[in-house]
Design a protein around this ligand. Structure first.
Ligand code: SAM
Length: 168
């Protein structure tokens, strides 16, 4: 009973924290990989990695990079953690925890697919304060309003989702 409560509580908390589980479209994975332009030795963090689809793809495409996925909803965390332990890739680490409290001071590229409101409140505040210079923050679909640093939007056609990159 206690375990069931913990599982449900972690899901509900995650849903209101960053976003409920809605995956990044498969057709955007390679676009994201190209936009991230991960260099050898760089670290990529996926905030709220869900079933690990994005971080697994990025890790396989960039074997010389370090990739981290952090997830707060217990069932998604366990599913992804076990899958990565069995099938790899070896350069991918799955962590259980709150992405909004994770130390990003050594991260080169951060990816998030979060709610518009969270991206513009908690996440904006966090990256304004903690994102290292020269690191990139990538938001799927939702833009950050009033960003004072550099930014790029990748949206090839009306039918493709926007992928937005922010730097200090
Ligand atoms: C919109 S889904 C995106 C999933 C995945 N990033 C993707 O693009 O396919 C958001 C994910 O973030 C997780 N999440 C929500 N709040 C979180 C938090 N504070 N810390 C870590 N993960 C969180 C949810 O459980 C969910 O799996």
């Amino acid at each position: 009973m206690t375990i069931l409560f913990l599982i449900l509580a972690s899901i509900v908390y995650a849903w209101v924290s960053l976003a409920p589980w809605v995956p990044t479209s498969n057709k955007d994975l390679n676009r994201l990989h190209k936009i991230a332009k991960l260099k050898k030795g760089e670290t990529f963090l996926e905030m709220g990695c869900g079933n690990g689809r994005v971080c697994t793809y990025i890790a396989r495409k960039n074997p010389s990079a370090k990739v981290i996925g952090i997830e707060l909803a217990l069932p998604f965390y366990l599913f992804t953690k076990i899958r990565v332990m069995i099938f790899g890739p070896k350069n991918l680490k799955i962590i259980f925890g709150n992405a909004l409290k994770y130390d990003i001071s050594n991260i080169d590229v951060i990816y998030v697919f979060g709610l518009m409101e969270t991206v513009n409140k908690e996440i904006k505040k966090k990256i304004e304060k903690e994102l290292p210079k020269n690191s990139r923050f990538i938001s799927y679909i939702f833009t950050i309003k009033e960003w004072s640093g550099q930014k790029e939007t990748h949206k090839e056609t009306d039918k493709t989702s926007g992928i937005h990159v922010y730097m200090k």
